[in-house]
Design a protein around this ligand. Structure first.
Ligand SMILES: [Zn+2]
Length: 210
Protein backbone atom coordinates (compact mmCIF):
# COMPACT_ATOMS: atom_id res chain seq x y z
CA UNK A 1 0.00 0.00 0.00
CA UNK A 2 1.71 3.18 -1.17
CA UNK A 3 -1.02 5.65 -0.48
CA UNK A 4 -2.03 6.52 3.05
CA UNK A 5 -5.69 5.89 3.86
CA UNK A 6 -7.84 8.69 5.19
CA UNK A 7 -8.34 9.01 8.94
CA UNK A 8 -11.94 7.84 8.44
CA UNK A 9 -11.00 4.65 6.63
CA UNK A 10 -8.24 3.83 9.15
CA UNK A 11 -10.84 4.41 11.89
CA UNK A 12 -13.25 2.02 10.15
CA UNK A 13 -10.57 -0.67 10.05
CA UNK A 14 -9.88 -0.25 13.76
CA UNK A 15 -13.63 -0.36 14.44
CA UNK A 16 -13.81 -3.63 12.48
CA UNK A 17 -11.15 -5.16 14.73
CA UNK A 18 -12.88 -3.75 17.78
CA UNK A 19 -16.17 -5.34 16.61
CA UNK A 20 -14.65 -8.77 17.24
CA UNK A 21 -15.69 -8.23 20.84
CA UNK A 22 -19.19 -7.11 19.95
CA UNK A 23 -22.30 -9.03 18.88
CA UNK A 24 -21.99 -10.55 15.40
CA UNK A 25 -23.73 -8.49 12.70
CA UNK A 26 -25.33 -11.63 11.28
CA UNK A 27 -28.64 -12.03 13.11
CA UNK A 28 -28.50 -15.83 13.15
CA UNK A 29 -25.03 -15.74 14.68
CA UNK A 30 -26.00 -12.99 17.11
CA UNK A 31 -28.70 -15.25 18.54
CA UNK A 32 -26.17 -17.95 19.33
CA UNK A 33 -22.94 -16.17 20.23
CA UNK A 34 -22.10 -13.35 22.61
CA UNK A 35 -19.44 -11.87 20.35
CA UNK A 36 -17.90 -12.27 16.92
CA UNK A 37 -14.67 -13.62 18.40
CA UNK A 38 -16.73 -16.17 20.34
CA UNK A 39 -18.51 -17.18 17.12
CA UNK A 40 -15.10 -17.70 15.50
CA UNK A 41 -13.73 -19.67 18.45
CA UNK A 42 -16.77 -21.94 18.79
CA UNK A 43 -17.17 -22.66 15.11
CA UNK A 44 -13.48 -23.13 14.37
CA UNK A 45 -12.44 -25.05 17.49
CA UNK A 46 -15.47 -25.68 19.70
CA UNK A 47 -15.44 -28.27 22.46
CA UNK A 48 -15.15 -32.08 22.41
CA UNK A 49 -18.92 -32.25 22.91
CA UNK A 50 -19.66 -29.59 20.35
CA UNK A 51 -16.68 -29.67 17.99
CA UNK A 52 -15.82 -26.87 15.59
CA UNK A 53 -14.51 -27.34 12.05
CA UNK A 54 -10.87 -27.97 12.99
CA UNK A 55 -11.74 -30.42 15.73
CA UNK A 56 -13.99 -32.32 13.28
CA UNK A 57 -11.27 -32.41 10.64
CA UNK A 58 -8.63 -33.66 13.07
CA UNK A 59 -10.99 -36.32 14.42
CA UNK A 60 -11.67 -37.68 10.93
CA UNK A 61 -8.06 -38.09 9.87
CA UNK A 62 -6.55 -36.67 6.73
CA UNK A 63 -7.28 -38.21 3.33
CA UNK A 64 -10.29 -40.32 4.08
CA UNK A 65 -13.80 -39.21 3.33
CA UNK A 66 -14.87 -37.67 6.57
CA UNK A 67 -18.50 -38.63 6.78
CA UNK A 68 -19.86 -35.34 5.57
CA UNK A 69 -22.73 -35.46 3.09
CA UNK A 70 -21.79 -36.73 -0.38
CA UNK A 71 -22.58 -33.28 -1.75
CA UNK A 72 -19.38 -31.97 -0.21
CA UNK A 73 -17.37 -34.71 -1.96
CA UNK A 74 -16.87 -34.67 -5.66
CA UNK A 75 -14.97 -36.76 -8.13
CA UNK A 76 -15.30 -34.19 -10.86
CA UNK A 77 -18.12 -32.86 -12.97
CA UNK A 78 -19.20 -36.19 -14.44
CA UNK A 79 -18.48 -38.56 -11.61
CA UNK A 80 -16.54 -41.74 -12.45
CA UNK A 81 -19.37 -43.96 -13.66
CA UNK A 82 -18.71 -43.76 -17.42
CA UNK A 83 -14.91 -44.04 -17.22
CA UNK A 84 -12.93 -47.17 -18.02
CA UNK A 85 -10.87 -48.47 -15.08
CA UNK A 86 -7.69 -46.96 -16.60
CA UNK A 87 -9.39 -43.64 -17.13
CA UNK A 88 -10.80 -43.73 -13.64
CA UNK A 89 -7.32 -44.37 -12.19
CA UNK A 90 -5.84 -41.49 -14.18
CA UNK A 91 -8.76 -39.32 -13.19
CA UNK A 92 -8.28 -40.13 -9.52
CA UNK A 93 -4.57 -39.25 -9.74
CA UNK A 94 -5.30 -35.87 -11.27
CA UNK A 95 -8.41 -35.08 -9.32
CA UNK A 96 -8.22 -36.42 -5.80
CA UNK A 97 -11.47 -36.39 -3.90
CA UNK A 98 -12.40 -32.82 -3.21
CA UNK A 99 -13.43 -32.28 0.38
CA UNK A 100 -15.08 -28.90 0.79
CA UNK A 101 -15.27 -29.05 4.57
CA UNK A 102 -11.51 -29.63 4.70
CA UNK A 103 -10.72 -26.91 2.18
CA UNK A 104 -12.88 -24.34 3.94
CA UNK A 105 -11.31 -25.28 7.28
CA UNK A 106 -7.87 -24.79 5.74
CA UNK A 107 -8.95 -21.44 4.37
CA UNK A 108 -10.29 -20.39 7.77
CA UNK A 109 -7.18 -21.45 9.72
CA UNK A 110 -4.94 -19.79 7.13
CA UNK A 111 -6.92 -16.54 7.48
CA UNK A 112 -6.61 -16.75 11.27
CA UNK A 113 -2.87 -17.24 10.93
CA UNK A 114 -2.63 -14.20 8.64
CA UNK A 115 -4.76 -12.16 11.01
CA UNK A 116 -2.35 -12.81 13.90
CA UNK A 117 0.71 -12.23 11.68
CA UNK A 118 -0.79 -8.93 10.54
CA UNK A 119 -1.52 -7.91 14.11
CA UNK A 120 2.12 -8.62 15.05
CA UNK A 121 3.35 -6.62 12.03
CA UNK A 122 1.07 -3.74 13.01
CA UNK A 123 2.23 -3.67 16.64
CA UNK A 124 5.88 -3.99 15.65
CA UNK A 125 5.60 -1.11 13.13
CA UNK A 126 3.99 1.10 15.78
CA UNK A 127 6.71 0.15 18.29
CA UNK A 128 9.37 1.12 15.73
CA UNK A 129 7.61 4.46 15.18
CA UNK A 130 7.70 5.01 18.98
CA UNK A 131 11.44 4.26 18.99
CA UNK A 132 12.00 6.57 16.03
CA UNK A 133 10.22 9.42 17.76
CA UNK A 134 11.96 8.85 21.09
CA UNK A 135 15.32 8.85 19.31
CA UNK A 136 14.50 12.12 17.60
CA UNK A 137 13.23 13.74 20.78
CA UNK A 138 16.23 12.56 22.78
CA UNK A 139 16.01 11.89 26.49
CA UNK A 140 13.49 14.00 28.39
CA UNK A 141 15.07 17.35 29.34
CA UNK A 142 16.04 17.66 32.99
CA UNK A 143 13.99 20.10 34.99
CA UNK A 144 14.60 21.83 38.29
CA UNK A 145 13.57 19.60 41.19
CA UNK A 146 12.72 22.53 43.45
CA UNK A 147 10.48 24.72 41.33
CA UNK A 148 9.11 22.48 38.55
CA UNK A 149 5.65 22.01 40.15
CA UNK A 150 5.26 25.74 40.82
CA UNK A 151 6.66 27.85 38.03
CA UNK A 152 4.77 28.46 34.78
CA UNK A 153 7.97 28.41 32.76
CA UNK A 154 10.04 25.30 33.40
CA UNK A 155 13.52 26.41 34.41
CA UNK A 156 16.47 24.67 32.77
CA UNK A 157 18.89 22.91 35.06
CA UNK A 158 21.94 24.92 36.05
CA UNK A 159 23.63 22.38 38.31
CA UNK A 160 23.14 18.86 39.62
CA UNK A 161 24.53 18.08 43.05
CA UNK A 162 24.28 18.70 46.78
CA UNK A 163 25.40 22.37 46.54
CA UNK A 164 28.54 21.83 48.57
CA UNK A 165 26.97 19.28 50.92
CA UNK A 166 23.98 21.52 51.81
CA UNK A 167 21.53 18.88 50.52
CA UNK A 168 21.36 15.25 51.64
CA UNK A 169 20.83 13.97 48.09
CA UNK A 170 21.99 15.44 44.77
CA UNK A 171 19.26 17.41 43.01
CA UNK A 172 18.80 19.06 39.61
CA UNK A 173 18.52 22.80 40.28
CA UNK A 174 17.91 25.87 38.16
CA UNK A 175 20.14 28.91 38.71
CA UNK A 176 17.68 30.65 41.04
CA UNK A 177 17.02 27.57 43.17
CA UNK A 178 20.72 26.76 43.28
CA UNK A 179 21.27 30.27 44.68
CA UNK A 180 18.50 29.72 47.25
CA UNK A 181 20.05 26.45 48.47
CA UNK A 182 23.51 28.02 48.60
CA UNK A 183 22.23 30.79 50.84
CA UNK A 184 19.52 29.01 52.88
CA UNK A 185 21.12 25.57 53.14
CA UNK A 186 17.89 23.83 52.14
CA UNK A 187 15.46 23.46 49.24
CA UNK A 188 12.88 26.23 48.81
CA UNK A 189 9.28 25.33 49.64
CA UNK A 190 6.54 25.71 47.02
CA UNK A 191 5.36 28.84 48.85
CA UNK A 192 8.82 30.34 48.62
CA UNK A 193 9.10 29.50 44.92
CA UNK A 194 5.67 31.05 44.29
CA UNK A 195 6.83 34.15 46.19
CA UNK A 196 10.01 34.28 44.10
CA UNK A 197 7.92 33.87 40.96
CA UNK A 198 5.89 36.96 41.93
CA UNK A 199 8.70 39.17 43.29
CA UNK A 200 11.61 38.08 41.12
CA UNK A 201 13.83 37.55 44.16
CA UNK A 202 14.06 35.24 47.14
CA UNK A 203 12.87 36.13 50.60
CA UNK A 204 15.00 33.87 52.74
CA UNK A 205 13.87 33.19 56.28
CA UNK A 206 15.42 30.92 58.86
CA UNK A 207 12.25 28.83 59.07
CA UNK A 208 10.82 27.74 55.71
CA UNK A 209 7.62 29.46 54.65
CA UNK A 210 5.07 26.67 54.00
ZN1 LIG B 1 14.31 26.01 40.28
Amino acid sequence: MNRLPTITSAQHLIDAVDALHGKPRDRKLAERYGSTIDAIRQRLIGTPDNPGALRRELAHGTNTPDGYPRSTMSNGPHGTAELTPAEAAAHARHRPPHDQHRQLTLRATHALDQMVASLNTLMSALASIDDLRNDNLGPAPKVCAACRPVRDIIATVYATGTVGGRLDKPADLCKDCYEFVRRAGRMPTHTEVADHERRGRWRIRSTPAQ
